[in-house]
Write a protein that binds this ligand. Structure first.
Ligand code: FAD
Ligand code: FES
Length: 271
């Protein structure tokens, strides 16, 4: 779906990180956790390409205008890293952006009787909130959240309000445990019995560590990847990653935008 979205709110939740809520058509309320949106930041040549962002949340609320029906909204959580996100951070209530949504595959919610382990690094938590919202309706959910420093730890209260048990680790020890959140997660997995699935999103070194843990412990794992994207719909092949069968003789590439961004970790080649 392509549509013009009105910005409802856009505020800085931590230095350099923003949460933006936009109006959306009612059909978007059916988006699956893990799907993403492509945002045309401005009606101008620069930046030309749409920018991809995970769906942080979608929902429906009473309209702010009397006499109007319920209003569907979509939210994204983003980090200012360049021109596109810098421009987005200047927008206010009433401004508009052009969106393509929902795109890509989503997370598989799996067996409700097993424990769900969510692990996010920095802005990688963005698609995990909507996932947690869906999962807590049916399963026990634990969330392992890591970042370089305390300013990179976002939205802990929002996850806790859902009833999710949350564990925090920072590289410099300014919040939660000092060290990698993947180590905290592995200790939990090894210390408790029972069936579980891991859902992960974050920087590539973190995802590689998570894939290693999944491999060693035999716990199924889904990862949400980021890649440079131009079209977001499988046409330009700008976003490919290597699939598990890839070799020089027999290439096996997967489009992050169309085949992903969510993959079972064992569908991918990690080295
Ligand atoms: C499926 C998907 C979901 C995403 N979800 C989110 C999200 O929820 N929140 C969020 O803040 N960001 C998310 N990203 C990353 C986001 O798309 C980029 O940060 C954004 O496009 C940067 O645009 P820019 O114009 O500000 O920066 P640019 O000027 O384009 O680049 C600035 C810097 O960011 C790096 N960068 C740009 N695009 C990417 C990318 N796609 N992957 C990795 N590094 C990149 C560049 O190497 C450069 O160093 C997602 C990316 C994908 C593919
Ligand atoms: S972004 Fe064009 S194929 Fe994925």
């Amino acid at each position: 779906m392509q549509f013009k979205a009105m910005i409802i709110s856009n505020h800085e939740v931590s230095p350099g990180y923003f949460r933006m809520r936009m109006s959306a058509p009612p059909e978007l309320a059916d988006a699956r956790p893990g799907q993403f949106i492509m945002v045309r930041v401005r009606d101008a040549i620069d930046p030309l390409l749409r920018r991809p962002f995970g769906i942080f949340d979608v929902g429906t609320v009473a309209s702010e205008f009397s006499g109007c029906g319920p209003q569907t909204y979509v939210e994204m959580l983003y980090k200012v890293v360049g021109k596109g996100t810098e421009t987005l951070s200047t927008y206010h209530h009433g401004d508009h952006v052009d969106l393509l949504a929902p795109l890509g595959t989503g997370f598989d919610l799996g067996d409700p009787d097993e424990e769900k382990i969510l692990v996010g690094g920095g802005i990688g938590i963005a698609p995990l909130y909507y996932l947690a919202k869906k999962l807590v309706e049916r399963s026990r959910v634990r969330f392992f959240l890591g970042g370089r420093t305390r300013d990179d730890i976002l939205c802990v209260t929002e996850f806790e309000r859902l009833g999710v048990e949350t564990y925090v680790a920072t590289d410099d020890g300014t919040l939660g445990d000092r060290g990698f959140v993947t180590d905290v997660m592995e200790r939990h997995i090894r210390g408790a019995a029972g069936k579980r699935t891991i859902y992960a999103c974050g920087p590539m070194p973190m995802l590689q560590a998570v894939a290693g843990i999944a491999e060693r412990t035999g716990v199924p794992c889904q990862v949400s990847l980021e890649a440079y994207m131009a079209c977001g719909m499988g046409a330009c092949l700008g976003c490919v990653v290597k699939g598990k069968e890839h070799s020089d003789e027999s290439p096996d590439y997967r489009c992050v935008c169309k085949d992903g961004p969510v993959f079972a970790f064992d569908q991918l080649k990690w080295v």
